[in-house]
Structures are given as structure tokens and as C-alpha cells.
Design a protein around this ligand. Structure first.
Ligand SMILES: Cc1cc2nc3c(=O)[nH]c(=O)nc-3n(C[C@H](O)[C@H](O)[C@H](O)COP(=O)(O)OP(=O)(O)OC[C@H]3O[C@@H](n4cnc5c(N)ncnc54)[C@H](O)[C@@H]3O)c2cc1C
Length: 454
């Protein structure tokens, strides 16, 4: 879609200022291509005969982020800088709270364009910029295929209810954007910026948890994301529908870390899947259902449930049934440290925990099993919720995402329906080791994790 208006939202009603440039405050969509906010900023700047400056604020302490997340992000930002400079667009990265960085550069801007973040603090940041900037501030939705309000304006309770609402519309939002050439070069503007190649200067001053190490299995950046996607299309899209629930195999795309950091556009991924000659229509539809319905249902959840990161965000029926079974005897109880150290009696669960810790990723089927066992082995459902969410966000490269909150919620009944009642879980869906052994090959999964982690 070359018309960006369905993605556009005015954040304030201030006029254009007499500025030196149009500022694109990049925060969520960390990419220099297929980025509707960037293209909108370029078009606006061209109309005003001004250059575009792109700024990124490197938060000294981003909620729950650690060295693993920052390294992946830094790799991606280096590519953004390179790609923007080819378009003669200056990329400025400064330490500081993101809204303050945007406001600092915004003082010399004619208008501020930002991308869209769905979590509480991300929305608060944009509100602050809109309120305190002296010029017009506009937001362009870049990281959902169907703009949130176009899909639904209320909290959706299940994928089943949400599916027709997004799937009806999504094809009109998939078109590639024509990147406009910037008529004015901003590369010569004198604006202080960090040297992204100087890792120590960039990361040293930040208050980072360095105990969670970067992972060799994943390198950040748009070109790596595109290469991985191409490999998936060539070798594993055919068979995705049949094998995606088999954790001992690799019939998945590994797109989630790149989508989380906005390093790849979901529109690009969907277009590539749709246009791929590989796989059957069942494979393609199955993938698009995950990418569009499940992923954007998560966005709907964090946008419309203000308690999205709390136990209280769970549906009432789920909280009631879990409360009823709160005092059921647990066959095993582990605390967070034992879980984090993969010290349980279950070798399959331990392998999953190791996959998460060492690679920053875990196969979706094992994420489900992993979370359900935390519910079974924790003192209370509330403790289980807190433990699962903390571990999820600490170790996964795709953690701290709308999908993190929606899927941890799913462990406890969110977006699901009541199932036959049983101990501990009540009528929340359970998963057992017996089921895992019947439906998958967990021994082969343990071998796979050993290969990946040694
Ligand atoms: C307990 C639990 C915790 C999870 N935590 C996260 C998380 O922190 N961050 C995260 O991005 N996903 C999370 N998921 C969802 C899902 O497991 C991952 O998105 C998926 O495994 C990512 O791997 P992939 O890109 O190879 O997936 P693929 O199978 O290749 O899927 C393609 C894309 O579809 C989307 N997708 C797939 N499954 C889901 C889903 N269930 N919900 C939302 N989107 C989905 C993702 O964007 C994914 O990249 C969690 C699931 C569970 C059960």
C-alpha cells in the first residue's frame, strides 16, 4: 500500500515548525527498508524541501533488557546506519531516555514522525513527545500488518473470534512501499552521535545485566533476517503445517527475534510466504495464521488490557478455576532458581530450559510444555505466572514482546476455553509428559538441544 494514511495517526494538533529537518524518531521499527514511518518522514521532508534525520534513543536501563538483547539490537542498528547513509540520511544514536532524546533533536525539527510501540512504556513515551514537542508529532504503524484499529477496537477473547477480522483485511496492507529518494542530504548536519562500532562506548555506560550473554546462534539485522527467511522458504516451508509442532525438527522460521526488534517488516514476511512457490497452500495458510492472527491477537491483548503483564489480566473463569485448585497437592514443587538452573526431574523440560538459556530461543511446542509444567510445579498459580514471565523475558531474544504477555497468559487460560477439570489446572488446558512422548520425539529433541548448546 503506497497510501500511508491508514497507518497514520496525529499525536498532537501542533503546527509544522520552522525547522531544519523532519525528524524520524526510530524506536520500535529498527530497519531502513519497508519502514512506513521512515518513508512517511522522507515524503513529508521532500514536500518541505528539507532533509530527514533519524534518531534512536539508547535507554540506559530499558525494562528487563540485558546484554543479550542489547548486542542483538546493536548489530541491527549498525546495519540501519549503513543503509540510511546510502540514502544520504543521517542516523543519530544517543544515550538517554528515548522520549528525551527525541525531544532534544525535536527542538530543531519541522515535525516529528515516530513508529508505533504497543507496550505501556512505549505508549507513554510517545504521549510525552506529543505533549512536550513544540511541533506536529505523528505516528505511523509499522509493526502490525493490519493497523490495530482497523482490525478491532475491543479486547478480543480468542483467535477464533479475531481471525475473520484480520484475515478479511490483511491483503490490502501487504504492498511493498516505494522508497522515495531524499531530495536533501542530511549527512553533513553536525549532530553528536555515538560511534556504533565502538562497543565499549555504546554499551559501557549502560546499566546492563551482563550475566545473560549474547548468543552466537542469532545475529541481529535486516539482511540476516532476510537470509534466514529465504532459507526457510527454500527448505522448510514445505512441511510447516505438518511438522511445526515437532520440536525435534526445525520446521520453523526463527523470525520472532527479528520481528520483535522491528528488524524485518511483518508485511515483507507475509508477502514472501504468500508468493512462495514452495510448500502447499496449507503450509502457507498455517504460517500466515501464526504470523498474522496469533501475533496480532497478542498486540490486541496488550493494547486493550491495561493489566497485560499481571495475573489479573487472565479471564475470570481461568482465575476462578485456578483458585479452586490452588491447594491441590503438587507432585513436585520447584522454586525459580531450581527451574532457572534446569534442575527438575524431567529431562525434556530441562532441555527446553537449556535451549532457552543458551540459544535465546525455544521451539513453540516446548514453550507450551515448559510453561504448563511451571504451572504444575509452582506453589501457586500466581508464583508460576511471575516465574514464567520473568524467565521468558530474561532469556528469549523475542521476550518483552506483546507475544510474550499473550502467550504466558495462554498457559493460564488466556485466549483459550475451559477443558475437562483436573487437579491443579482446574479447567485450564494441561499438557503432560505422556502427551509429549505420544505426540513428539522428546529424546530426539534432547539430542538436538545438546548439539545446539555444545
Ligand atoms: C509460553 C510461551 C511463551 C512465548 N513467548 C514468546 C515471546 O516471548 N515472544 C514471541 O515473539 N513469541 C512467544 N511465544 C510464541 C511463539 O512460541 C513464538 O513466536 C515462536 O516460537 C517463534 O518462533 P518462530 O519465529 O520460529 O516461529 P514460526 O513458527 O516460524 O512462526 C512465524 C511467526 O509467527 C508468529 N507466531 C508464531 N506462534 C505465535 C504465537 N503463539 N503467538 C504469537 N505469535 C506467534 C511469530 O511472530 C513467529 O515469528 C511464546 C509461546 C509460548 C507458548
Amino acid at each position: 500500500m503506497d497510501d500511508l494514511s491508514p497507518r497514520l495517526q496525529k499525536l498532537n494538533s501542533k503546527p509544522l515548525a520552522d525547522g531544519k529537518y523532519v525528524l524520524y524518531w526510530m524506536q520500535q521499527s529498527q530497519r531502513a527498508e519497508e519502514n512506513p514511518a521512515l518513508e512517511y518522514a522522507v515524503r513529508r521532508a521532500n514536500k518541505l524541501d528539507l532533509p530527514v534525520v533519524v534518531v534512536f534513543g539508547l535507554a540506559p536501563k530499558y525494562p528487563e533488557a540485558n546484554l543479550r538483547h542489547y548486542m542483538f539490537m546493536l548489530q541491527g542498528l549498525r546495519e540501519v546506519r549503513r543503509r540510511l547513509s546510502q540514502r544520504k540520511i543521517l542516523f543519530v544514536v544517543q544515550h538517554g531516555e528515548p522520549p528525551e532524546t527525541a525531544l532534544r533533536l525535536g527542538r530543531f525539527a519541522s515535525s516529528i514522525v515516530c513508529d508505533c510501540g504497543y507496550l505501556r512504556h512505549q505508549r507513554r513515551w510517545r504521549e510525552q513527545v506529543a505533549k512536550e514537542a513544540a511541533c506536529l508529532a505523528e505516528q505511523v504503524e509499522c509493526d502490525a500488518i493490519v493497523p490495530m484499529d482497523a482490525a478491532s477496537t475491543k479486547l478480543e477473547t480468542s483467535a477464533r473470534a479475531f481471525r475473520p477480522k484480520v484475515m478479511r483485511f490483511y491483503p490490502i496492507y501487504l504492498d511493498d512501499l516505494n522508497p522515495a529518494r531524499s531530495v536533501r542530504n542530511s549527512m553533513d548536519l553536525q549532530v553528536e552521535s555515538l560511534d556504533l562500532d565502538d562497543e565499549e562506548a555504546v554499551l559501557g555506560p549502560l546499566d546492563l545485566d551482563c550475566s545473560v550473554k549474547p548468543v552466537p546462534l542469532f545475529t541481529g539485522g535486516t539482511s540476516t533476517a532476510k537470509r534466514r527467511l529465504a532459507d526457510f522458504l527454500r527448505t522448510r516451508l514445505a512441511g510447516y503445517a505438518e511438522h511445526r509442532n515437532q520440536p525435534q525438527t526445525d520446521y520453523v522460521s526463527h523470525m520472532s527475534p527479528y520481528l520483535h526488534f522491528g528488524q524485518i517488516a511483518p508485511m515483507y514476511v507475509a508477502r514472501k510466504i504468500q508468493g512462495s512457490g514452495a510448500g502447499s497452500s496449507i503450509d502457507r495458510d498455517s504460517y500466515l495464521d501464526e504470523l498474522i492472527v496469533q501475533r496480532e491477537l497478542s498486540v490486541n491483548f496488550v493494547c486493550f488490557n491495561k493489566d497485560y503483564d499481571k495475573f489479573s489480566s487472565l479471564p475470570e473463569w481461568a482465575r476462578a478455576t485456578l483458585a479452586k485448585h490452588k491447594s491441590d497437592r503438587r507432585p513436585k514443587v520447584y522454586n525459580k532458581i531450581q527451574l532457572e538452573n534446569a534442575q527438575t526431574h524431567d529431562p525434556y523440560w530441562n532441555a527446553a530450559m537449556n535451549e532457552m538459556k543458551i540459544t535465546g530461543y525455544m521451539h513453540n511446542h516446548m514453550r507450551m510444555y515448559w510453561g504448563k509444567q511451571i504451572l504444575a510445579w509452582s506453589k501457586t498459580p500466581e508464583v508460576a505466572y511471575k516465574t514464567a514471565l520473568e524467565l521468558n523475558n530474561k532469556y528469549f531474544l523475542d521476550g518483552r514482546d506483546p507475544s510474550s504477555y499473550a502467550n504466558i497468559g495462554w498457559i493460564f487460560g488466556l485466549h483459550d476455553r475451559p477443558w475437562p477439570e483436573r487437579e491443579i489446572f482446574g479447567s485450564v488446558r494441561s499438557m503432560t509428559i505422556g502427551g509429549l512422548m505420544r505426540k513428539t520425539d522428546p529424546e530426539a529433541y534432547v539430542d538436538k538441544v545438546e548439539r545446539l548448546t555444545t
